[in-house]
Design a binder for this molecule. Structure first.
Ligand SMILES: [Zn+2]
Length: 481
């Protein structure tokens, strides 16, 4: 009996090994073996060094040039597309420090200057707390700085300017888990007419300052800001891997840090992921490991999120039917608390086939060495370039509502964990949580001053490898089988 059981176990073991090997096709294995975590991390670090890479600024141009050169180095003939003009800004430098009382010096760290803040000459002023518009008091304001416990609304901003405030310091008192020691970055109205700068500071620093002010401590700050606000053209870079037909898939990612911060995870990670998929697939085609794909692939790094992809759609409005599908990378460099990769959005009917393919990839590779511990599709959350190619947005752009499958691949979204009702009929075997809901991984550094490589992409570099593997394997199944 014992012998029989042992034999049975041995057979099951070898059967598992054979099935395991079969699941991994030689082409997929080849692709996986070429993915370089080192390159992925390095590209993020290099991109972040250019600054926030906003389209139409020097920093954005440098990042676009970097991507262009990389594609060229991988054997492509990349194109540079000059997107339509747009008002943009660069924060060239700033200072924000507590001067008095001495014991609070050094309290403000990892602060950030809000987007579209005007320049302001160095000044030393007292700080007062304003809880709501009703609290605005012109007498106590007296050309001083104002501390707010949330980002100013447009109305609040205008009222404070009218009341004579010279600068706003804001934190985010309503978000509990993120931004404790770093700043959530805000953007003011997109205009060159803003009168006073806004500094974003961390929750801990903000709460402490508020306490001190409420106790009656006289707080004096030193600040200055140097910014440039002008029109510019972002640059979108396109590298094409030619296929047997001119129908094509887009693998895209926004190249700017849309928050205006360092944007390592959001979205240098996505750009780096594109470069890596492009590098490997082009090399495999060039050295004949792979034949020409059934359809072409356009690797696109958008100069400015939404703006560039919208402009692309309008420019190609008479031939949108050539787009077989869009796969978008946004935040593939971090994700707490699960080790999950997500494929969005399964509530769009015509995304079905593409997402089923990704779901299968997620299931085939779950728990394998170097892969995710969980994988799932999830409903639409919005907020990335894949949405530009879906009927609702196409309608807004006044172009024909082509049914283009368009999905986003990511490992984190938002600054807090979020739970979503799973779409009916979608249940990934690689999801370990409750089948009716999806818990979305998050990054506490989302849109903050510390979305930097050391805390995101260098801390959890495996996430980018997952993103590249998922997309590479899916593309091989789509275009080479
Ligand atoms: Zn993003």
């Amino acid at each position: 009996m014992k012998e029989q059981r042992r034999l049975y176990r041995t057979i099951v073991f070898y059967l598992c090994v054979v099935l395991h090997l079969q699941a991994q096709s030689p082409l997929e294995s080849k692709f996986i073996s070429k993915v370089s975590q080192k390159y992925l991390q390095k590209n993020v670090r290099e991109l972040v060094k250019f600054g926030n890479r906003l389209g139409g600024t020097k920093s954005g141009d440098k990042a676009a040039q970097y991507v262009f050169e990389k594609f060229k180095g991988y054997g492509f003939k990349p194109e540079i597309i000059k997107d339509p003009q747009k008002l943009t800004y660069s924060n060239d430098g700033w200072q924000l420090k507590i001067d008095q009382p001495k014991r609070l010096r050094g309290l403000i760290q990892h602060e950030w200057l809000a987007g579209f803040s005007p320049s302001a000459r160095r000044d030393t002023v007292h700080l007062s707390f304003v809880g709501s518009i009703r609290d605005i008091d012109t007498r106590t304001m007296d050309s001083g700085a104002v501390l707010l416990e949330r980002q100013p609304s447009e109305k609040m901003y205008d009222e404070l300017v009218d009341a004579g405030a010279c600068c706003i310091v804001s934190y985010q008192n309503d978000i509990s888990t993120a931004y404790s020691n770093w700043a959530m970055i805000s953007t003011l109205k997109e205009t060159d007419k803003n009168q006073i700068p806004v500094f974003n500071i961390s929750n801990n620093a903000g709460r402490r300052l508020q306490e001190e002010l409420e106790k009656g401590t006289r707080v004096v700050i030193k600040y200055s800001a140097k910014t440039t606000i002008r029109h510019g053209n972002s640059k979108t870079i396109i590298a094409t891997l030619k296929g047997q037909t001119d129908e094509y898939y887009i693998l895209g990612a926004h190249g700017d840090s849309d928050s205006g911060g360092p944007g390592a995870d959001d979205n240098a990670s996505g750009v780096s992921g594109i470069l890596e998929v492009a590098r490997i697939l082009n090399t495999m085609v060039k050295n004949k490991t792979l034949p020409l794909p059934k359809k072409s692939i356009k690797f696109i790094v958008w100069g400015t999120e939404y703006h560039s992809s919208s402009s692309y759609v309008k420019l190609h409005s008479d031939r949108l039917e050539k787009i077989a599908g869009v796969i978008n990378f946004d935040e593939i460099g971090f994700g707490k608390p699960r080790h999950c990769i997500y494929f969005e959005g399964n509530d769009i009917l015509h995304n079905h086939d593409l997402l089923k393919l990704f779901e299968k990839v997620g299931e085939d590779y779950v728990n394998k060495k170097g892969f995710w511990k969980e994988a799932t599709t999830n409903p639409s959350q919005g907020g990335s370039d894949s949405y530009v190619f879906l009927p609702e947005y196409l309608n807004r752009l006044d172009v024909s509502e082509e049914k283009i499958p368009s999905i986003t691949v990511f490992t984190a979204a938002w600054n807090e964990p979020r739970s979503m009702q799973q779409t009916r009929g979608w249940r990934s075997k690689a999801w370990k949580g409750h089948p009716d809901s999806v818990k979305i991984d998050y990054s506490p550094y989302y849109h903050s001053s510390l979305d930097i490589p050391a805390l995101t992409t260098d801390k959890e570099p495996a996430n980018m490898v997952w993103g590249v593997n998922a997309v590479g394997i899916a593309l091989i199944r789509l275009l080479w089988q």
